[in-house]
Design a protein around this ligand. Structure first.
Ligand SMILES: [Ca+2]
Length: 590
């Protein structure tokens, strides 16, 4: 592979102060949004009823070098666990799959149900309700505003792994979507990244037009300064990847390791691709979503990433059977999935460019590579108006069009799991996680260890031999909650938690507690009963058999964990939520 040219084609505004941002992003322009999906009570009946020196010595073989590892963190935006080839997808992802072959695939990896809460935990190792993203900034409820943990950006009581690694002598590069604060003091450049190419808000066009949901101009930065324009022909996956490679190449060989955060915007909607990618999956989805989903689930079982007797959450009541669609509806629906699949493969191709670059420069073996998705697939849809224009079918997927695939195909992306992005059921909070490279032993393993996105910083800090601090810039830092995945990566133990350890979730008023294979779930009506349900995720990953009545003592113990979780993390249930409407804020038990 040729040495990448350093790109300086973006136009930088040398003034980066807020005052110069006359086109400042409107806070309501949210992409990482919440469900507009609404199903009726009757329809929902189905769902309800079915109701590193020391570390180097331990991470690497004794004969291995004692230098610090490079770290590459690759994040897909809204990719479902079943969208990745090595997790059962028909979508071609050979490069991500090569990481799976060289490393470990995790099957029980928990994230939050939307972007910014997940990302806050992924960079800090601390629960989102303590890190400042107790709710998404865009949906902060009146009773949450102004409260600690609900700043809507990474607050000053957490220590981002980027800042800790920078202070430990790492180069720290970021390219991609940020979504954790829009003021200059919140930007990546202010939170530990020495180089960046960043889409600051939660989403937008993948192309050079910089459009937000209403066609307004989105805020981008490069190395801490506002970008006035993107390179003509820009595509998010191509350009973020090039930026990361350019950054690594620029300082290669200077003796310092790097931490590179490739925060891809794909396959988040709008589905948009370079022209040569638009026809990649033509005709591939004419069989429809039920058939595609069934094949994926069988492949997941055959691959061993899903138990052979696993339950499957049924097709949602508001999703019509493929056979009942008109020919024109089938044509349009299949085309949306063709574009989505191409988004995933195009993203994978770019990930392949980084892997190829690392191998060509003899950096691969010294790099710990982490791939994950930040939340479940997006099953909710926007009503998008002008200037977006979807009126010409043959133009779909090009600049200026806004294609999204809706609940039916999101259920395909979620495999057997219940619901999708925005929900605390497994379809919203179970994501692919693959870790390969330096320090990972015994390639091609599948791990069912219960893991969480808060474990990512703990794993990175352990690999880099950096201690988690008690204070940062004179302020006390919230204690690390994540656990290093090192025991699993070194294949010394297939667990980082005891079976009695538990994890908690809350977003938009919906809640979950996981202890071993037990999961306590609270979904508001009509998505759940507006009360606790209990599931055995080993037997029932589809969360269709509520066993609370059969196991009251387990249910009550996990409710106790919920109360502890609320207290420990200062959880304030929102008094209004985009999914649940009015939430009973004092309801902590039933
Ligand atoms: Ca996301």
């Amino acid at each position: 592979m040729p040495t990448p040219e350093l790109r300086r084609a973006h136009t930088i505004d040398s003034q980066s102060s807020t005052a110069n941002r006359g086109w400042r992003v409107v806070a309501a322009d949210v992409y990482c949004r919440v469900p507009s999906l609404r199903i009726t009570m009757a329809q929902a009946g189905l769902a309800i009823a079915s109701g590193l020196v020391a570390l180097v010595l331990s991470l690497a073989p004794a004969s291995a070098k004692t230098s610090l590892p490079n770290i590459l963190l690759i994040v897909a935006d809204d990719a479902g666990i079943a969208d990745i080839g090595s997790y059962g997808s028909e979508i071609r992802t050979p490069n991500i799959d090569s990481l799976a072959s060289a490393g470990v695939r995790f099957t029980q990896f928990g994230v939050s149900a939307t972007c910014s809460p997940s990302r806050s935990m992924m960079l800090t190792g601390v629960d989102s309700h303590l890190a400042g993203l107790g709710n998404m900034a865009e949906f902060m409820a009146p009773n949450q505003k102004g409260r600690p943990g609900y700043e809507g950006h990474l607050n000053d009581r957490v220590a981002p792994v980027s800042a800790l690694l920078r202070d430990a002598g790492y180069h720290t590069y970021m390219a991609g979507k940020w979504h954790m604060g829009e003021e200059p003091e919140h930007w990546p450049a202010s939170r530990g990244f020495t180089r960046d190419l960043t889409l600051i808000p939660g989403g937008g066009s993948h192309m050079d037009d910089m459009w937000g949901l209403k066609g307004e101009r989105q805020l981008y930065t490069q190395n801490g300064k506002i970008l006035k324009a993107l390179r003509p022909g820009f595509h998010s996956s191509d350009d973020y990847t090039s930026a990361i490679i350019d950054n690594i190449e620029e300082n290669r060989g200077d003796g310092k390791p790097f931490f590179a955060y490739l925060a891809l915007q794909a396959p988040h909607d709008p589905f948009q691709l370079p022209d040569e990618w638009l026809g990649k999956y033509k005709g591939r989805y004419d069989q429809g979503y039920e058939a595609t989903r069934a094949v994926r689930i069988e492949r997941m079982k055959a691959l061993g990433v899903l138990g052979a007797k696993s339950t499957v959450f049924p097709r949602l009541p508001n999703v019509p059977a493929w056979a009942d669609l008109s020919d024109e509806d089938r044509r349009q629906s299949a085309r949306k999935m063709e574009l989505y699949a191409a988004m995933v493969e195009h993203m994978d191709t770019n990930i392949g460019k980084v892997i190829e670059y690392l191998k060509a420069k003899n950096l691969y073996d010294d790099t710990l590579i982490i791939f994950l998705s930040d939340n479940g697939p997006e099953g909710n849809s926007w009503d998008v108006g002008p200037p977006w224009d979807n009126s010409k079918f043959e133009e779909w997927g090009k600049k200026g069009t806004f294609i999204q695939y809706g609940a039916a195909w999101a259920q395909v992306s979620a495999g057997p799991f219940r619901m999708f992005k925005g929900f605390m059921s497994e379809g919203g909070i179970r994501a692919p996680l693959i870790i390969a490279g330096r320090g990972v032993r015994d390639s091609g393993r599948i791990s069912d260890a219960v893991t969480h996105v808060m474990d990512i910083p703990a794993t990175i800090l352990k690999a880099a031999n950096v201690a988690y601090p008690k204070t940062i810039e004179g302020k006390v830092v919230v204690s690390m909650q994540g656990k290093s995945l090192q025991p699993v990566l070194t294949n010394s133990r297939n667990a980082v938690r005891k079976t009695s350890d538990w994890l908690g979730w809350e977003l938009f008023g919906n809640r979950a507690i996981r202890e071993g294979n037990w999961k306590l779930l609270w979904l508001c009506k009509p998505f759940g009963p507006g009360g606790w349900q209990l599931y055995d995720l080993k037997a029932d990953p589809g969360e269709i058999n509520d066993v609370a009545a059969a196991h009251p003592s387990i249910r009550d113990r996990l409710i106790g964990h919920w109360r502890t979780y609320v207290k420990k993390n200062n959880v304030i249930l929102p008094n209004t939520s985009p999914i649940c409407g009015q939430v009973a804020t004092n309801d902590s038990s039933k």
